[in-house]
Design a protein around this ligand. Structure first.
Ligand code: ATP
Ligand code: MG
Ligand code: ZN
Length: 244
């Protein structure tokens, strides 16, 4: 184990293979030959992790490696084999999105089907690759915005959510619908829609159904085939199936 790793209480496996844990790398300018010092990708990722609104323990717990399609149970009608195959495809698509997060990714599914787990896994991968992420559940995000009114941080917060390279909105549909809520969500999503910024949305709502309780303009943008990839998780509630 290196001295640096020992100081950090980390194992060799955790030490960055690019900078060896130093946090910086020396780079030579190809044209002038001059050397300069740059912050290493691992240090950038560490800074981004502090700002993403996710606990490090959650990023460690909910990864692609810990998501097991073979442990998924069928919801109804499907066989276990079908669900495992479908969830294998969903994980592949989520992992591809984390590698190249273009457009929007919408994860739909029943309670406990693994939406948040996969959304955390995507966020973790993006952060590792140096992409800035902000994560929030929709009800909490709305609370953050409401609280922002008190200390005038409201506009800053909304703007930063509009502009962050990747936004994860977990649990769309779990919020109490009011005119203000719909307006704020529309403002945020519409800005990101127009700028085509990477956005992951999870929901228990079956937004494909036009009867669903969701603002029609938000629904239309989430279902825009030119921008958005919509994946349905066919798995049953993992919490109950595993316990059974
Ligand atoms: N295939 C799986 N392999 C391993 N763990 C899983 C799997 N599916 C779900 N889990 C675990 O089950 C729990 C519920 O998953 P998760 O929170 O992602 O569900 P959800 O779809 O977001 O549910 P909700 O609608 O209640 O928010 C989590 O602890 C998650 O890690
Ligand atoms: Mg969830
Ligand atoms: Zn490094």
């Amino acid at each position: 184990m290196t001295q640096q790793a020992e100081d950090n209480g980390a194992s060799d496996k955790d030490v960055c293979s690019i900078c060896g844990g130093a946090g910086w790398v020396a780079v030579r300018d190809g044209r002038t030959g001059r050397m300069s010092v740059k912050t290493c990708r691992c240090r950038m990722a560490e800074r981004l992790r502090k700002r993403c609104n996710v606990q490090p323990s959650q990023l460690e717990r909910y990864t692609f490696a810990t998501y097991k399609p073979e442990q998924c149970h069928p919801y109804k009608g499907d066989t276990q084999k079908d669900v495992i195959a479908q969830m294998g495809k969903v994980v592949k698509a989520c992992s591809a999105y984390a590698e190249s997060p273009s457009g929007w990714l919408v994860l739909l599914g029943k309670v406990g089907s693994g939406k948040s787990h996969l959304a955390y896994a995507i966020a973790g991968k993006l952060l590792e690759r140096g992409v800035g992420v902000y994560w929030d559940t929709v009800p909490e995000l709305l609370d953050h915005l409401r609280n922002g009114y008190k200390d005038n941080r409201y506009m800053d917060l909304l703007q930063s959510m509009m502009r962050v390279p990747a936004l994860v909105l977990d649990d769309l549909g779990a919020e109490q619908e009011t005119g203000w809520v719909t307006e704020k969500l529309f403002q945020l999503l519409n800005r990101r829609y127009m700028d085509r910024r990477s956005t992951v949305v999870t929901s228990n709502l079956n937004i494909r159904n036009s009867e669903v309780k969701l603002d029609a303009r938000i629904r239309s943008r989430l279902l825009d085939r030119r921008l958005s990839q919509v994946l349905t998780l066919a798995a049953a509630d993992y919490r109950m199936e595993v316990a059974a």
